[in-house]
Design a protein around this ligand. Structure first.
Ligand code: CRA
Length: 805
């Protein structure tokens, strides 16, 4: 399609949809027109991809995830279809602007943070690698809350993302399935004397799928993301005569739980988990039957991957259907289930591990409960002779009246992986050591990755153009080609152009900050970025302590020649996470104090953007100079903003945690600022029990001074929270060792200050980061999942991709 054809089709489509002149359209109408037009364009490939999979009986993977955080899809679809320039030029000729039209799209916040965004990056890479893979999740009516700051406090507002409809989705009513809850089960003998479960008095919910195309990059592949919505089954409306009864059904897919890496054992959450697990498995089984193959081939044709333990009920659900509905024996069903399912662990935080009370599962899912009990019984019986009672009972699925979902996920699958080398090591040697002894071959690492299409090509067109010009375009299909850039590490012209690209991105963000927040920031300052959920282990508070330290230094040395800094935060706190909300309030008050202090010559500014999400990340990441990855070593499973920031030329200032360890290993110690304890040092400190934060407070003058600022009235409006935060650090012994790492954190920042003054030195470091970001492309991560876990091969037309050696 050329520019003229596009213009013609666009104008025609607009007039068909709205019956007036396109020039009178609102942004929203212009966006919708473009969205439907693009959907029309990929529709044939979508259908054809699905027909081909069925015809070829290709192996397909289904990625079960409670969260998908795709971001807006207009530009990513255009990019992947190869139409970005055509459409952009065409709109321009029509007197419209693609960037403006793109603002008509809502950003679907159907996830909390890293886990949901990872699922979305994976969807993009699966399609772009030419693999047959689909997502399976929940179509929440309301996404993650919209964050507002009122007097510096976080307020949560509902995120009604579907208010104006959703162009990309297709409601597939005739593919709906029924999910049963509650009631009771009896095992009755059928005519052949085989015991078959009978369900009585169940509550039946209709699961209606909404499908969204996942368009591959320049390869004609269009996969599917299927999100389920809960409805009252047709003809059963009379069973729900009151609003209350109807609400019970609607509620199931109404809200996303707003907790990141935190487990809440609520009935509604359990319903959500079973709802989309069961609906997904049912639709896969129905599909498999179309292939007309023996059940024993099931694992050769289907892989089901569970993203953390939230979809673990896939395991007993698959068992249930194979046995109760398809008549397979326990042994046959168990073999198939284990070979089909694989599981990724995303956290070692105790508070995130899902355990459901036995009563709750027994009541809500009686048949599933029977199956879990039997899986557990057989596991114990089989393993005791091999591993003894102690170890075996430590791996039991049912323990202290609770069902341990991770244990069920490991026992019922053939693969468990962590999300970065360090994380996987900790799983094998500590958290899941008993399981590792039992099933050493199930364990493997798959370091996370990010899609460079969204995180470089779309969000950073300036850098993309520079790369294309300097190293050619091969990196777009083979991200490791970015290493070619290393040859230009001392090329003054390239470094200067890189500097200009960064400056432009910073200006763009500065404009946003000016317009939305009324804060003026200097684009030549160091933009120091920490963007992630607010959580004590991520230590945003350590960042604040550094800001306070720097602030008081400048107050005392007004003529210092340190470079200007803008500290940029983006973070949501779970609504019930009191401490995290206190930190938000603190950051906002510190920002207020510093931004309004005329005596510091604008040497510091603090910007806490409201409502951080995928769209804001796309604006902030290309503008970052420093990437703060400062979790306590051993706590952040991987992190993924670290990869996005690196690929955009930010320098990482970090502890050796999660995938940042691997970033360090690739980029080399001269191009990263590492500080703080290592995981081993943290372990030792834990074991010795010799840590006394109060001692540090009393003996380290710098720490003393900064912590006093929290309680001596230095920071306006923090009387209530200042003391609590102070107490967490001094009275309650500083659980995440902020004070222990404080000095080396300050030192790392000083090194960054010095380096930044030498622009060419800094730009070289930025270049080295971009050049070494290739291995963190999700394309490679997905290649390894496909190869080692799912046992799938990409289609022949996709051999262009060169996985790393
Ligand atoms: N909160 C980890 O904490 C990791 C992502 C994706 C997390 C991150 O370090 O990058 O997963 N864990 O692997 C999680 O959600 C349930 O656990 C996260 O996003």
């Amino acid at each position: 399609m050329d520019v003229n054809q596009f213009k013609e089709r666009y104008v025609k489509k607009f007039e068909e949809m709205y019956a007036f002149d396109y020039k009178e359209g609102s942004i929203r109408e212009q966006f919708l027109t473009l969205g439907y037009l693009i959907k029309n364009m990929y529709a044939p490939e979508w259908r054809q991809t699905s027909d081909t999979y069925l015809e070829n009986k290709s192996k397909q993977v289904f990625y079960f995830s409670m969260e998908f955080l795709p971001g807006t899809m207009l530009k990513s679809n255009l990019l992947n279809l190869g139409l970005l320039d055509t459409v952009s030029d065409g709109l321009k000729e029509l007197g419209l602007n693609l960037d403006e039209v793109a603002t008509g799209e809502m950003d679907p916040a159907l996830g909390n943070g890293g886990l949901g965004r990872l699922a979305a990056c994976f969807m993009d890479s699966i399609a772009s690698n030419g693999l047959a893979g689909h997502g399976n999740g929940i179509r929440y009516q309301y996404g993650l809350f919209k964050q507002k700051f009122i007097d510096g406090n976080q307020i949560e507002l509902p995120e009604n993302w579907l208010r104006n409809g959703n162009v990309w989705e297709v409601r597939r009513e005739n593919k709906a399935v029924t999910v049963r809850f509650g009631g009771h089960v009896t095992l009755d003998e059928d005519e052949n004397g085989v015991k078959r479960p009978e369900y009585h008095n169940t509550m039946n919910i209709l699961a209606v799928p909404y499908d969204t195309a996942q368009v591959g990059y320049d390869n004609g592949v269009v996969n599917n993301l299927r999100l389920w919505s809960a409805e009252i089954p047709y003809g059963e409306e009379y069973l729900y005569p009151t609003d209350e009864a109807r609400d019970q059904v609607k509620q199931i897919t109404e809200y996303l739980y707003p907790d990141d890496s935190n487990y809440e054992g609520r009935m509604l959450r359990l319903k959500q988990e079973y709802f989309f697990s069961s609906a997904g498995v049912q639709s896969i089984i129905r599909y498999y039957k179309k292939m007309d193959l023996d059940w024993s081939f099931f694992p050769d044709k289907i892989a089901m991957h569970i993203n953390d333990t939230h979809p673990t009920l896939v395991i007993p659900e698959l068992m249930r259907i194979l046995m109760d509905e398809e008549g397979l024996s326990w042994e046959q069903a168990w073999e198939i289930t284990k070979k089909t399912v694989s599981y990724t662990n995303h956290t070692i935080l105790q508070e995130a591990l899902e355990r459901w009370p036995v009563d709750m599962i027994a009541q809500l899912l009686p048949r599933i409960y029977q199956i879990i009990v039997e899986i557990n019984r057989r596991h114990i019986e089989k393993k005791i002779p091999l591993y003894g009672e102690d170890l075996t009972y430590r791996t039991a699925i049912i323990d202290h009246g609770q069902i341990q979902m991770a244990n069920l996920a490991i026992i019922g699958s053939h693969s468990i992986n962590g999300v970065a080398k360090l994380h996987t090591d900790i799983l094998m040697n500590q958290t899941l050591h008993d399981f590792y002894l039992m099933y050493p071959n199930k364990f493997n690492n798959k370091t996370n990755g990010v899609t460079m299409r969204r995180w470089v090509q779309i969000s950073n067109p300036g850098l993309t153009a520079l790369l294309d010009d300097v190293i050619g375009t091969k990196w777009k299909k083979a991200p490791n080609e970015l290493v070619v850039l290393k040859a230009f590490a001392n090329d003054k012209d390239v470094l200067k152009r890189l500097d200009e690209v960064k400056l432009n991105n910073k200006k763009k963000f500065a404009k946003y900050v000016q317009e939305e927040m009324g804060i003026t920031i200097d684009p030549t300052a160091i933009f120091d970025v920490q963007i992630k959920r607010l959580h004590a282990y991520k230590r945003q508070l350590l960042n604040v302590l550094h800001i306070l330290d720097r602030y008081s230094f400048i107050k005392e040395n007004p003529n210092t020649d340190i470079p200007k800094r803008v500290f940029i935060f983006g973070a949501k706190a779970a609504p019930s996470y009191h401490y995290a909300k206190q930190i938000i309030k603190l950051i906002n008050e510190v920002a207020n104090m510093i931004n309004n202090d005329d005596s510091i010559n604008d040497l510091i500014k603090v910007v806490f953007v409201e409502n951080y999400g995928v769209s804001l990340a796309e604006l902030i990441i290309p503008a970052a100079d420093i990437s703060e990855q400062i979790s306590l070593a051993g706590k952040e499973a991987s992190g993924t903003s670290n990869m996005k920031l690196m690929a955009n030329g930010a320098l990482t200032l970090a502890t050796m945690d999660g995938a940042t360890v691997e970033i360090h290993d690739y980029v080399g110690k001269d191009y990263i600022y590492i500080f703080g304890m290592t995981n081993d040092e943290v372990q030792t400190l834990n074991e010795n029990r010799t840590y006394h934060s109060r001692h540090l407070y009393e003996t380290n003058p710098r720490i003393n001074k900064v912590l006093n600022m929290l309680v001596d009235g230095s920071i306006p409006n923090t009387e209530e929270i200042g003391q609590d935060i102070f107490d967490s650090l001094v009275k309650y012994n500083d659980e995440y060792y902020l004070l222990q790492d404080f000095d080396s954190y300050i030192e790392a920042h000083k090194r960054a200050d010095t380096d930044f003054k030498d622009r060419m030195k800094w730009n070289k470091k930025a270049l080295m980061n971009i050049a070494n970001a290739g291995p963190f492309s999700a394309d490679y991560t997905i290649h390894r999942y496909a190869d080692e876990i799912w046992k799938m091969k990409p289609g022949e037309e996709n051999i262009l991709l060169q996985p790393e050696a």
